[in-house]
Structures are given as C-alpha cells and as structure tokens.
Design a protein around this ligand. Structure first.
Ligand code: NAD
Ligand code: ZN
Length: 703
C-alpha cells in the first residue's frame, strides 16, 4: 500500500523510459536469445508496457528438421504469458512461407476467426506453444524485427480525439495511423497494405490500442520502441505542463482511507453474488487518488476503458461510490445490484446469435473519492492485476484528455472482444479452480508448528492466508517462505498478541484490507504449562486463560462481523485447535487443561450462536505433536517427562507413541488435514463437533 498523500496539484507525469540495452550481454547471445533479451527488457520495464502487454517477433533463419535446408522461421511471442518474464519456450515458431501462403484462405473480415485455425498448421519444429491472434501483425510485415506494445503514453495518444494530430506533430509523418480495428488477420492485412502505400513509415499507431514498429536488428528495434515511447511521454508531459489533471481536485485524500477500505471491502464482498466468493485488492497509490478525487472523475469513469487489454481485465466500466454513504448497507447493496442490471442490459444489447452465456456481472473495479481503488476477482492475483490495469487506464485518460477528448472503446466492439468465441474456448479449457480459491483464512499462532502446517494446507488448496503471531521475526520468516512457495499475493503476516484486544482487531483488519474479508478462522495460538496445583501461581493460571480462553474468545469475536457477511455465500468456518487435555483430565497441568476445556466449550456455544449466520464452529484436538512444535522445545518437554518419570529425549517421543492406541507419531501435518476438512465445504454440514487427531486415546473419546 502506498501511503503517499497528494500535496501537489500538478498532474502526475508519464514515465520516460531510456534504453537498458547492455552490449556486453547481447554480444554473447544467439539470434533467438537476442529476441528474448529484447522482449524481457521491454516487458520488465513497466514504464514501457503493462503486465503481459504486447508481443515481439524476429524472422530468423533455421535448419528445417525434415529437409536439412535453411528456412525462414517467424519467432513470435505465443499465446499467454508475459514478455517481461517469458523464456524461450514462450515463443511460437512458424514457417514464414506457410504463414504468407495463408492469404489464399482469406476472403475478408468475416474470416478472422477461421484464420486463427490455420496457424497451428504453420508450426515449425513441433513447437507446442500456441501462436497468438497477433501473429498476422508480425508475419505480414516484411521486416526482420517487429515490436508491438501498449504503454500508457502511447495508448493515451491512441485513445484521444487529438491523437492523430499529435502523432503527426511528434513524428512528422514517420509514424503512421490506422483507425481502430480489433486484433486479427484483417488488422494484419490493413497494416501490411498501409505500410506498402506509405513506405517511409517506421511504425504505425493503432487507434484505441497501441503501436507497432520495426527495425533491421534486435538492438535497433528495441531502441526504436523505447524512443517512440519516450517521445510520446515527453510530448504529453509538456502538454500536461504542471496543470492539475482531470479538471483539478474535488475531494482530498482521506487520512483514514486504509481503515475505511478495511471496513468497506467485506461489505462489498458480502453483496457480490455468484458461485464463488471474491478476493479484493485495495490501492491508494497516487494515480488512483488523483483520479478518484478529481472534478472529471464521474464523467470519465462512466466512459469506460479503451485498450482491449485494459477492459478485458476491468470490465467495461467501474462502479463509483459516494464516500458519504459507505456506512449505508442498503445503498451499497443497491449500487452493486444496479451494476449487475446495467451489465445484463449491456449483454442483452450487444449479444449475437452465437454468443456464449452471460458471465459474472459483478463489478471488478470500485472507485471511491478520497479513498482509492478496490478491485475484486475470483483470485488475489487477478484482483491485483485488474487494479493495476485500471491504473494504466487512468494514465491513458490523463494523457488523452491533455491533448483532446478521451475516447473509450465502442460498446459493441468491447462486447465482441469480451465474448469472442475463441476467448470462450480458452476459458472452457482452463482447469477447474482448487477448492479454496476465493477463500480467506486467518491463522493465529501461524508461525508455530501446527499453525504453519495448517496455513500451508489451506494455501495449497488455493486459499489466501493471514498469519497472525506475536513472534514478529518468526511470522515474517514463515510468510516469506510461503510467498516463495505459493506466490507473494496470497499470504500476509500480522504481528499480533491474541491477548491484546486492539492487536487482534488489527490483524482482522489486515484480512479485510488485504483480501476483502474472512471465511476461515483457525484459532491456534497457544502455549503449554505444567505445574501441580500448589505450585500454580495466579500468574501462570492467568497466562493460560489469557491465551487459550480469552485469546480464542477475542479472535472469534473479531471474526464474527466479517463472517456474518458471508452467510449467503456458502457461510464460513471457525476451527479451534483444542487439545486432548481439554477433554481428558491431565495431572499437573490444571491451568492448561482447564483453559483448553473452556475453549472447547466456547466453540460449542459459538456453534449455536453462529448457525443462523452460516458460521460453523468446530474443534480439532491434537495430542503429543512433538516434531515441529515449539511448545515441545521448551520447559513443557522437561515437565511432561518429569510427570511421566522418563527422560526428555528420545524416550519421551517413544513414550507418547506407545501410549497411543495406534502406536504412531502425530505430526503437525496430521492436524492440518483436519483443519482443512473443517475449514472447507467438505464439512459443510458439520458444526459443534470435535475431531481428535491423537493416534487414538480412549480417555479422549467424546460422548
Ligand atoms: N503440540 C502439541 O502436542 C499440542 C497438543 C495439543 C494441543 N496443542 C495446541 O496446538 C496449538 C499450536 O501449538 P504448536 O504445537 O504448534 O506450538 P508452537 O509453539 O509451535 O506454536 C504456537 C504458536 O503460537 C504463538 N503464540 C503463543 N502465544 C501467543 C499469543 N499470545 N499471541 C499470538 N501468538 C502466540 C507462538 O509464537 C507460536 O508461533 C496450541 O494451541 C496448542 O495448545 C498442541
Ligand atoms: Zn495489442
């Protein structure tokens, strides 16, 4: 989150890229590697292009594996992926001669979809990477190296009524201009014919879309692309010239915006409908605040986005909210319902006889003056990217309005891209999501043995997780490990002592602000102590009750308002990590065991109280989880060994193994399995239950 407050009223400037080409690196690379190097340089510089944006190509000489003869092969970024992080296997390779021969099958614009079907027949060397719909843009141009990118500064020209004149002014006719046409074979033909008729041009602006340009070498092509973007950015910055953007500021950034977002996001999430719950992403970066607080905000937001890349991620238009009415649930519910109605009306207006069924009609982008931008999607990364794409759209609007009127994409054109049959086929081929995708979990004691194992289990099934623990370094270390394993988007850490009311609430606010709410609480943070009754000080007694009884109460209480909001979306689940000792009496551990019993009964009370809100509450009772548990690193180990009259080393583990009915070790991962079962819909019909995970202990049988 960016805590920056706008103090200057001058418009935010466009970033001006410079060449990052390093000849000492380039000199060692093969022609295909040079294409990759150039692509990665372009794609990893977010001032050049947005995530995944654009494609690059080179026409290279290869040896045909069938004939042994030299042949010309088009290497072009394939379908999917991101040019910034792609590897060589991200390129499709196709026989250039076959690609050119395809024109025999082309009779006109209605053939665009048909032409896509021919691309696999041109594959060179059995390369499995599918060629993208932009392939004809590259194959039909007679140049060795071609770049096609969508940087903000370029789209700003491409999506402005003043864009064509500006293109002429900046580049004096060396960059051409083609009117909007959606990507496909027809656009490739238009482009080829344009370049033939205007042989002096070194690139062409594609209205409402981006730019395509070329050169004789990888280096020259890269530098040409960077220069064109820098030219556009410098031109726009001069036009913006220190004046405020979007008609000036109407609403100043609210100092409490992070707290407002934490309060608002679970409400919005709760009002969204659909088979799957949503993940939220909040941003209050400078570009979001500049836009949502501006005079022109409502007018521009309602126009929708321009570039196909942007609106595919963000839907045609965002939902805008009145910051004075955020506490009014009826207002929020109505706004979301209205949005869905508008979306359905758009679908009805634009649908064609063979259009796929209407998709999710909930808003993706929600904008609030003074607060910022909130985006929702079925997973966290998609929600974050949607926000970033809307940030690109804001930049485009700022630049476009500085040189004319911003022009959004025509509604029917937008619809035809959104509901393009080939896109639908791609969606249908996607694997089914993991069971917990869209779910948000908070695990207290998440840095410990059972907590971390439970978090990992939930992450593995697709959940987003907040790890809450009082051990600051340990919880950060566990978070960093999970970020590496599962991706940085899906895990957050909150330093929180569960005995402290304010810290507990702050941890739940992290879940609300970072992900949008809560579906699963694993109340697990715990300690253990052992002492005969006469040696049990009030301090020891209270410590157990503070963490194990009151701590569970405080976490459940903070979870409640978030969970109640999920009633109509499949409900939510609280899982208490209890203990065998909460059911079976223990010698010399009365404080610990009775506090655990209090938590067990608290779970049953809450199961009763939660049922009307779809909140299930169940308990997992572990016993003797020695490996991986930090509880067993400390005094507890010695004390329990003493209580059993054995040594605290290997003998102790053997003692517990032998004590169990099944004669087996109990591991944190075993507890995690029960947590996953109770946290997920697999146990949708269970509440007020206990599962013992203790390798069998007759004393702990419930009755
Ligand atoms: N390990 C076992 O044999 C066993 C048996 C029965 C029950 N349990 C219960 O399982 C839970 C997890 O235990 P574990 O074995 O993973 O132990 P652990 O010590 O490895 O993990 C406990 C975590 O809780 C954190 N924690 C402790 N007090 C806290 C507080 N006040 N606020 C926030 N965080 C706090 C610790 O920093 C630690 O990261 C506990 O509730 C424990 O009572 C464990
Ligand atoms: Zn494009």
């Amino acid at each position: 989150m960016n805590a920056q407050v706008l103090i200057s009223s001058a418009a935010l400037p466009f970033a001006v890229p410079t060449s990052r080409w390093d000849e000492s690196v380039a000199a060692t690379l093969s022609p295909a590697e040079l294409l990759l190097y150039r692509s990665n340089l372009l794609g990893s510089d977010l001032t050049v292009t947005n995530f995944g944006g654009g494609n690059t190509s080179a026409k290279l000489e290869e040896i045909d594996p069938l004939t042994g003869e030299k042949t010309e092969v088009l290497w072009v970024k394939g379908s999917g992926g991101d040019i910034g992080s792609m590897k060589l296997d991200g390129f499709a390779t196709l026989y250039q001669a076959k690609l050119l021969g395809l024109e025999a099958h082309y009779a006109g614009p209605d053939d665009d979809d048909k032409m896509v079907g021919f691309l696999p027949h041109c594959t060179f060397n059995l390369n499995g990477r599918a060629a993208s719909i932009d392939t004809p843009l590259h194959s039909l141009l007679p140049f060795a190296h071609v770049d096609h990118v969508h940087p903000d500064a370029i789209i700003a020209l491409a999506a402005s009524s003043g864009g064509e004149a500006a293109t002429q002014e900046i580049w004096g006719g060396t960059i051409g201009w083609l009117p909007w046409k959606r990507p496909g074979y027809t656009l490739g033909v238009m482009l080829r014919d344009y370049v033939k008729a205007n042989p002096h041009v070194q690139g062409v602006m594609l209205a409402g879309h981006g730019i395509i340009c070329w050169a004789d070498s990888a280096k020259a092509c890269y530098e040409h692309t960077v220069e064109l973007i820098a030219d556009a950015a410098n031109y726009l910055n001069a036009k913006l010239g220190g004046k405020p953007a979007f008609g000036g500021q109407a609403v100043a950034p609210n100092a409490d915006r992070a707290a407002i977002a934490a309060d608002l996001m679970p409400r919005l999430r709760g009002f969204m409908t659909g088979a799957r719950t949503k993940l939220g992403h909040f941003s209050d970066d400078a570009e979001a605040l500049e836009f949502v607080g501006s005079v022109d905000f409502e007018r521009l937001a309602s126009l929708g986005t321009s570039c196909p890349d942007h609106f595919l991620r963000t839907k045609v238009a965002p939902l805008t909210l009145d910051p004075a009415r955020l506490q009014d649930d009826a207002y929020l519910a109505q706004k979301i319902a209205d949005y869905r109605d508008l979306y359905a009306a758009y679908y009805e207006r634009c649908k064609r006889a063979n259009s796929p069924a209407m998709r999710d009609s909930n808003p993706v982008v929600v904008l609030v003056p003074g607060v910022g931008r909130i985006t929702f999607a079925t997973d966290k990364t998609t929600a974050r990217l949607a926000g970033e794409f809307y940030g690109n759209a804001i930049n485009v609007m700022r630049g476009a309005e500085a040189i004319g009127d911003y022009i959004a994409l025509d509604e029917q054109e937008a619809f035809d891209i959104e509901y393009w049959l080939l896109e639908e086929a791609k969606l249908q081929r996607m694997p089914a999501p993991k069971p917990l995708v869209g779910k948000i979990a908070l695990v207290t004691g998440g840095a410990g043995g059972i907590g971390a194992a439970s978090a990992a289990r939930l992450l593995r099934e697709g959940a987003c997780v907040v790890l809450a623990d009082r051990a600051a370094d340990a919880v950060e270390e566990v978070r960093a490990g999970f970020a590496k394993q599962f991706g940085k988007d899906v895990v957050r850490a909150a330093v929180c002592d569960v005995t402290d009311e304010a810290q507990v609430q702050a941890a739940f606010d992290v879940a609300a602000r970072e992900f949008g709410g809560l579906d699963i609480l694993v109340a697990n943070a715990g300690i253990a102590s052992s002492a005969p009754i006469e040696d049990t000080t009030v301090e020891l007694w209270s410590r157990n009750y503070d963490v194990l009884a009151q701590g569970y109460f405080l976490t459940a209480r903070s979870a409640w308002p978030l969970m109640k909001r999920m009633k109509d979306q499949g409900g939510s689940s609280v899982v208490f990590i209890g203990s065998k000792n909460g059911v079976a009496a223990a010698t010399n551990a009365s404080a610990y065991a009775s506090a655990k019993a209090a938590a067990n009964h608290l779970a049953r009370c809450l199961a009763l109280e939660g049922a009307p809100f779809g909140i299930r509450v169940n308990t997992v009772n572990p016993d003797a989880v020695i490996k991986g548990s930090k509880i067993w690193d400390g005094d507890w180990r010695k004390e329990r060994a003493g209580a059993h009259g054995i040594d605290s080393g290997k003998e102790l583990e053997e003692h517990y193994r032998q004590r169990s009915m099944l004669k087996r070790d109990v591991l944190p991962e075993d507890i995690a399995e029960a947590v996953y079962f109770l946290g997920s819909d697999m146990s949708a019909k269970s509440t007020g239950n206990m599962i013992n995970v203790d390798a069998g202990n007759a004393q702990a049988f419930t009755r």
